[in-house]
Design a protein. Sequence first.
Length: 289
Amino acid sequence: MSFSAEEGWSAWPAPAKLNLFLHVIGRRADGYHLLQTVFHLLDWGDTVHLRPRADGVIRRASTLAGVAEHDDLVVRAARRLREHVGQPGLGADIAVDKRIPLGGGLGGGSSDAATVLVGLDRLWGLGLGNDVLAGLGLALGADVPVFVRGRSAFAEGIGEALTPLELTPTDYLVVDPGVGVPTGELFRAPELTRDMPPLTIRGFLSGEPTRNAFEPVVRARFPAVARVFDWLAPHGEPRLSGSGGAVFMPVGSEGAGLVAACPAGMRAWIARGIDRSPLLTAAAGGSMA
């Protein structure tokens, strides 16, 4: 399908993220887990194509395996934005060039939803601003606000309390093990450590030890992810991203060789950690088109 500007489409970036660590430090009364993490945005991800409509129809113009249109976060994001402003005549066609693997802990669905909120806010001429958009996004998923705000950040609460950070630009080897990991299963795991001691931003920046609380759970339950760790361990310090299956590791000049040597059944690539999302640039200029 063509997504040309001549046909009314504009293209918007939806970058992936890494969780440099993820600590679970408690639970709220409503059962939600209290987290601490650092999001490092990447210069790699999905592309969302948007085309405004004046007939009130919000339509997904691409498919996503295993996800019905009414459940797709991009459709839900558009409908939530329209509901918030109370203008039922606003519509849009939405399509996603999907690169971020599902269930990888790289934030693909959340980033796509954030891009729809930011892009349609601009295309529909709403001018709501990122505070309002981040609030709308939080109801869609705890990771949506960081993508709306477009800054690498230290996150607390359920992931929505964000403090922007300036992180060292870093090249990461990112490996998709070929299996998606269901987040809900991990949060329900009885073996998950839920009482890790809180970490301060200063402690993180000074190099205090960190880890991903979900890593031992995922490695024990998903052999494909364990194989990625076994492959990478001799070459550095691999880590799990978020509550998914993707594994990452900072790399230098050896990164290209590791990509070339990626074992069968896995997929590996290099992505650079950045502090400012390309979505902010696109929103300021209109889109990537």
